[in-house]
Ligand binder design. Sequence first.
Ligand code: FE2
Ligand code: FE2
Length: 442
Amino acid sequence: MKFFLTSILLTTIIVGITEFFAPIVLKELFLDYAFVLLIWIFFYRDLLQDRSINLHKNYIRTLYTLLLLGSSVTPFIIDKWGSSFSTVYMFTALTVLLLGKSSGRIVGFTLSFLTFTHFNRDVWILLSALLMTLISLRTLENVYRRSDVMRSAFYASITNLSVSILKYVVDGYTGRYELYIAAANPLVSSIFILGILPYMEYASRIYSNIGLMELGNLNHPLLKELSIKAPGTYQHSTMVANLSEAAADRIGANSLLARVASYYHDIGKMKRSSFFVENQFDEVNPHDEISPFLSHLILDEHVKYGRELARRYRLPIPIECVIAEHHGTRVQRYFYYKAKEVDQKVSEDDFRYPGPKPRFKESGIIMLADSVEAASRALKNHSHSQIKSTVENIVMGIFSERQLDSSGLTLEELELIIDEFTRVITTFHHRRVEYPKGEENE
Ligand SMILES: [Fe+2]
Ligand SMILES: [Fe+2]
């Protein structure tokens, strides 16, 4: 019921806005309404299943913003300057880059049909708009470089030009500069897309892969500060990044997000770095001096402070989620048992991390990589079978604690992750066979 009400409300707003910017007769308006409503009903469920949409309200807000802007700007521009100036490619491409395919589909098809009914049901407009939508969906989902956007624009430009030539051949008429404009449109749009992306990323904290690449180049002030204030944590984070990137790649998740989020997952440890074992170089453990309850608060704080930094530096929303979720609601066992020695009545729940549990695959992988990395450092025996059984124990332990219930990771994927973690750690510990004396330079 809520689903239909939302669809009807959104359709009314979208069609209303389009009507305001490019008025049409009532009959066409009904057609508009029917098309947009159908698109929503058709693709809305798909959208709701998209994990990122449920992660934060900014995702749906950004989708609505792009949709409403698109349905006012596109008909307005076509009405004023003609169909070759259509902005369907620009809005669909922006949506796919920022929000992914399920959102891109809605924006692309909605704009295509809106412009179709608004301009005398011109099939050429519809054909060009649908092709622009399909090209955006096919070419822009997994882009990592600016040049990939340029390549997509180039395909769109060739396609748009072909449609215009076909129109000329069939109709025998085309506007004076229509062919040139049709070809230039996607190319100019791509310049605009690349120009506006950083602003949209900053405003929404939803990053395209291009934006994520920049955050992952280790030059970010937060990472530099981490490397100075908590060098052990910095080292740990880069190792977690290697593990989770490989595992995400293996199961077809976003390996770039997994790598970049791993770099930042423990930035909250900057505040009291010496309380974390990886930074205790002089073997003094300050936890020995304080009560386990205080230790618990300090451990919790690295999650809370990390989130605070993520918000302050406007890091992407999924990275803030990873910071919050990488310990899930797990129990800090060491301090729990220490407290139990003093007071028998303490419960496990008093020593849990605040959570929540991982809510998407990359976050689940980082939780696993985090524990696996810590355990692999303590390993004395680096044989393949020893590494494999340690990794297996940790992954299945976290799974049976039910920490991965909302992550979307399946058992088959966990098997692949175990395999990949084992491979990465084994490769890391692989030592070059020692040369016999005197042959080092050969
Ligand atoms: Fe942590
Ligand atoms: Fe960690």
